[in-house]
Design a protein around this ligand. Sequence first.
Ligand SMILES: *[C@@H]1O[C@H](CO)[C@@H](O)[C@H](O)[C@H]1NC(C)=O
Ligand SMILES: *[C@@H]1O[C@H](CO)[C@@H](O)[C@H](O)[C@H]1NC(C)=O
Ligand SMILES: *[C@@H]1O[C@H](CO)[C@@H](O)[C@H](O)[C@H]1NC(C)=O
Ligand SMILES: *[C@@H]1O[C@H](CO)[C@@H](O)[C@H](O)[C@H]1NC(C)=O
Ligand SMILES: *[C@@H]1O[C@H](CO)[C@@H](O)[C@H](O)[C@H]1NC(C)=O
Ligand SMILES: *[C@@H]1O[C@H](CO)[C@@H](O)[C@H](O)[C@H]1NC(C)=O
Ligand SMILES: *[C@@H]1O[C@H](CO)[C@@H](O)[C@H](O)[C@H]1NC(C)=O
Ligand SMILES: *[C@@H]1O[C@H](CO)[C@@H](O)[C@H](O)[C@H]1NC(C)=O
Ligand SMILES: *[C@@H]1O[C@H](CO)[C@@H](O)[C@H](O)[C@H]1NC(C)=O
Ligand SMILES: *[C@@H]1O[C@H](CO)[C@@H](O)[C@H](O)[C@H]1NC(C)=O
Length: 571
Amino acid sequence: MSTLIRTSGLLAALFSCASSVRATDYLIVGGGTAGLTLANRLTEDPSVSVLVLEAGGDGLGNVNISDIALIGAAWGTQVDWQFPIEPFPNPPGRNIGIVPRGKVLGGSSAINGDVWSRGDVRDYAQWQGLGNPSWGSDAVLNASFKSEHFFAPPSNWSIDYISSDHGDTGPLPTSFDAPAPPIHEALIESVVNYGGVRSPDNEGGHVDGISWATNARLPSNATRATSATGYYFPYSYRKNFQVKLFSQATRIIWNSTSQGNAVAAGVEYVDQQGNTQVANATTVVLAGGVWGSPPILERSGVGNKTLLTSLGINSVVDLPGVGENMQEQPVGVMEFVLNSSLPLGVLTPFLLNLESLQQTFAKDGDINTLNSLFVKPDNMPEALFQTYQALYQEQAAWFEGNINFATSGTQPTVLAWFAGLGRPLSRGTCHITSTNGTALPAVQYNWLTAEFDLYAMAVACQRIQNFASTPPLSNWIAGRLAPPANVTTIEEFEAFILETAFQGNHPIGTAAMMPQADGGVVDNNLKVYGTSNVFVVDASVMPIPTSSHPQANVYAIAERAAELFKASGHV
Ligand SMILES: *[C@@H]1O[C@H](CO)[C@@H](O)[C@H](O)[C@H]1NC(C)=O
Ligand SMILES: *[C@@H]1O[C@H](CO)[C@@H](O)[C@H](O)[C@H]1NC(C)=O
Ligand SMILES: *[C@@H]1O[C@H](CO)[C@@H](O)[C@H](O)[C@H]1NC(C)=O
Ligand SMILES: *[C@@H]1O[C@H](CO)[C@@H](O)[C@H](O)[C@H]1NC(C)=O
Ligand SMILES: *[C@@H]1O[C@H](CO)[C@@H](O)[C@H](O)[C@H]1NC(C)=O
Ligand SMILES: *[C@@H]1O[C@H](CO)[C@@H](O)[C@H](O)[C@H]1NC(C)=O
Ligand SMILES: *[C@@H]1O[C@H](CO)[C@@H](O)[C@H](O)[C@H]1NC(C)=O
Ligand SMILES: *[C@@H]1O[C@H](CO)[C@@H](O)[C@H](O)[C@H]1NC(C)=O
Ligand SMILES: *[C@@H]1O[C@H](CO)[C@@H](O)[C@H](O)[C@H]1NC(C)=O
Ligand SMILES: *[C@@H]1O[C@H](CO)[C@@H](O)[C@H](O)[C@H]1NC(C)=O
């Protein structure tokens, strides 16, 4: 009797406990660069519960992730989604094959090239100008500083920097690798001799010339910093910070789907055993990345109604911007043979941030001719084109900011100099091709389809040739390897770029933070239009890229999203 009473008392206690347990506040799809950053900031409040669904594993013990010397080794392994890219229309049939994205805690921060560089205040002013009052340069830079813990280089390393252009209390260590070898000083001097500017530091929102870029790594032992090492592992003790590994989200489960105000109940996912499960939450945040988040929206009925209907998916929100507006920074590589054999590896870790050589470019008159080259790419919606045209005057003046240069040695005797297009006008797409919840989408780059983009990259190649022919760098250079020395005119460089450019692995923009009428997918608060509780927080929301690598921006977007969620008391 007494046993029965005790048992029923226990059951009653369990039941009352169960019925008082609140649903998860935030369900975050993707434990990547943005997902773990956001989860960390939200769970600073112990009363807020977060569940992160990560398709991959934790990556612990995988040296391809932690050891900086093994950059690239993780590509094509189990921690990489391995997205196939559709063959290019131009040149016909060109196929760059499989492109890496991180499928592991940390996401692409676990497998990327590790460069940490911020955009310019004018980049962020443009984000703000596209209908996003909360995303001005002050707000974004402040959010960005929160993520960084800068380690200054030893004073005898001959590297310029400004401490106040960096954060010093964040979870991510940033640092320079090693002292500057002599050829880098020669390179900087040649740029200056050609009319460029030596910038003391480009990381404080002023990308004004050539300066050193930092990397996201611990200086003591060159260990990579990821969103997992910075924002999750040290905080995994938090009871309100739950992570489910090997759980791939497939679609949103709706509680109500009235047009204009769809309410999500949770997310369907496939667990490690291959079983379909549902996790419910008050708020759903997609942080699956540029090619991960749009497919989930589309499978859930949020996207271009015509496209979804043709696949047999019921339209919940007709939002044609989903999976459109994709931008990638293409890179062309010029190679020069040096006069001497430098020790292998010395050059590799160095990235010089030549992202805005204003004076250099201003010296040549051909920038003025670029206005006439701004033609509307076929796949750009007219409304968005209008927005861009308004921005174009500034974009043209910014031409120099569009061209990123970095150097790295590919062999002991070869100097490889990259011409990267920072802010392309061409637009690609990413769409599902079936209702299969785990199938990868079709990704179409369409890069270099805007005439401006191809021309800008050809001009960049000519400029690189000019820097390389200017002393003191010219004294080190014995000849040009690629393209062959007989490639000299703009037309010849354009052909070279079309044939050889490769992807920067910096795709953005497939769920752009812009007005809905311009093809936007999320609003100023990163909420998906037409829904009441679905958000996107990752590189998809960047409407246009910045004059930098994307990594620091993705952390900044997540930091800023956490501020906005906290301020709005969204849960
Ligand atoms: C590390 O990368 C190499 C080269 O891609 C691969 O063979 C190896 O399996 C990877 N190791 C792990 C733990 O994934
Ligand atoms: C950014 O930080 C500075 C310095 O802390 C502060 O004065 C400013 O108000 C902040 N701006 C925004 C928009 O948060
Ligand atoms: C800088 O100083 C340290 C300590 O004196 C020394 O070990 C190191 O070799 C120096 N590095 C360079 C690049 O001069
Ligand atoms: C690098 O140093 C950090 C901090 O001291 C340490 O936690 C980590 O285990 C080290 N990594 C390796 C590979 O030695
Ligand atoms: C999740 O939400 C759906 C839709 O409202 C509901 O049918 C289901 O019972 C919920 N599951 C749990 C475990 O609460
Ligand atoms: C679904 O909507 C009903 C009615 O508004 C509400 O009672 C319920 O809590 C909602 N469920 C979820 C999982 O949001
Ligand atoms: C929607 O998709 C259809 C079919 O793929 C396409 O023809 C149309 O241009 C798309 N609409 C927009 C606004 O992108
Ligand atoms: C769905 O896609 C996955 C991944 O490509 C594939 O393994 C699976 O066979 C597909 N399922 C169906 C029913 O086609
Ligand atoms: C290569 O050129 C540089 C710059 O003139 C010079 O300092 C260096 O000694 C040269 N190396 C050889 C092996 O000639
Ligand atoms: C450059 O020279 C190569 C080899 O002689 C030749 O195949 C190529 O057509 C030439 N390119 C140009 C642009 O003249």
